[in-house]
Write a protein that binds this ligand. Structure first.
Ligand SMILES: Nc1ncnc2c1ncn2[C@@H]1O[C@H](COP(=O)(O)OP(=O)(O)O)[C@@H](O)[C@H]1O
Ligand SMILES: [Mg+2]
Length: 259
């Protein structure tokens, strides 16, 4: 079904809706100023969160054509899974636009305004982790704190195969730096300190006006459920890129595992 759609659908142009994250870039000591090439060089030089932010800036600035460069650059990085260039070219030629690149996956906005995630390869354990949580989401589609998963499959193209899945488009959590900090701290406390510490943080700091108590409770329960059901994996939601928001404001966990 999904393959059929990809190959036969008549595509109209999708718009990239991803917003910039100047706050996180700045906090990491990076900057989006300069040429794509220089940003790429800095990404390599610094690594870590700072490098990641330079990398992100380069991606956002470089636009569609430069996506290939980004991947060639990182293809041999043992810290990142690799997505075959032929796959990126293939989807780009179909009008898919890159939304973001994590260490394991690339997210594209499809012409249907959904999100296609391509899981890279290079480390079986890490690949399995992503497939496991995607399947977990699939089994828990009634929980609104998990993303809708429309399709999952292994996709073969020119002799290579990637696990791909189609999910809903989700927005950034907030533009307010304080709100992002709050959520990062809260999620970090929840995962590492446990629910009591997280609860105490709320008592001391309150909840930002952008979130409802119900939101926070929901995402807390969802996190605990993941910790319980995906035992053996380290749940890590302290990176704000891994929690997003539905258009109606609902918080959604997109990438819960850290390996
Ligand atoms: N559903 C989505 N809607 C919009 N952007 C997304 C979505 N899922 C992921 N992204 C973007 O793609 C990036 C990589 O996705 P993620 O699931 O975090 O992959 P990784 O496992 O490699 O960290 C994210 O940081 C985010 O910017
Ligand atoms: Mg991620």
């Amino acid at each position: 079904m999904f393959i059929h759609e990809i190959f036969t659908e008549n595509f109209h142009d999708g718009k990239v809706r991803g917003k910039s994250r100047p706050g996180r870039v700045k906090r990491a000591g990076a900057s989006c100023d300069g040429s794509v090439t220089s940003l790429r060089a800095k990404a390599k030089k610094y690594g870590g969160e700072r490098g990641k932010m330079y990398h992100w800036c380069a991606n956002m600035k470089g636009g569609r054509k430069k996506v290939s460069e980004v991947n060639v650059d990182t293809a041999h990085d043992p810290e990142e899974l690799t997505v075959k260039q032929t796959f990126i070219d293939y989807f780009t030629s179909k009008g898919y636009k890159m939304l973001g690149e994590g260490r394991d996956q690339i997210a594209f906005l499809t012409p249907r305004q959904t999100v296609l995630k391509i899981l890279g390869f290079g480390d079986e354990q890490r690949e399995r982790a992503v497939e496991d949580y995607v399947n977990f989401f699939l089994e828990h589609q009634t929980n609104p704190y998990y993303p809708k998963i429309f399709n999952t499959q292994r996709f073969e193209h020119k002799g290579d195969s990637h696990f791909i899945y189609e999910t809903e488009y989700l927005e950034y959590v907030a533009n307010e730096e304080d709100t992002l900090d709050w959520l990062e701290t809260y999620m970090d406390l929840l995962a590492r300190g446990g629910p009591e510490q997280a609860e105490q943080f709320i008592e001391e700091e309150g909840i930002p006006s952008e979130f409802t108590e119900e939101d926070v409770r929901g995402v807390t329960q969802a996190t605990q459920e993941i910790q319980e059901k995906l035992a053996g994996y380290i749940v890590d939601l302290s990176n704000i890129e891994n929690i997003r928001r539905r258009k109606n404001g609902h918080l959604v966990i997109v990438d819960p595992i850290s390996l």
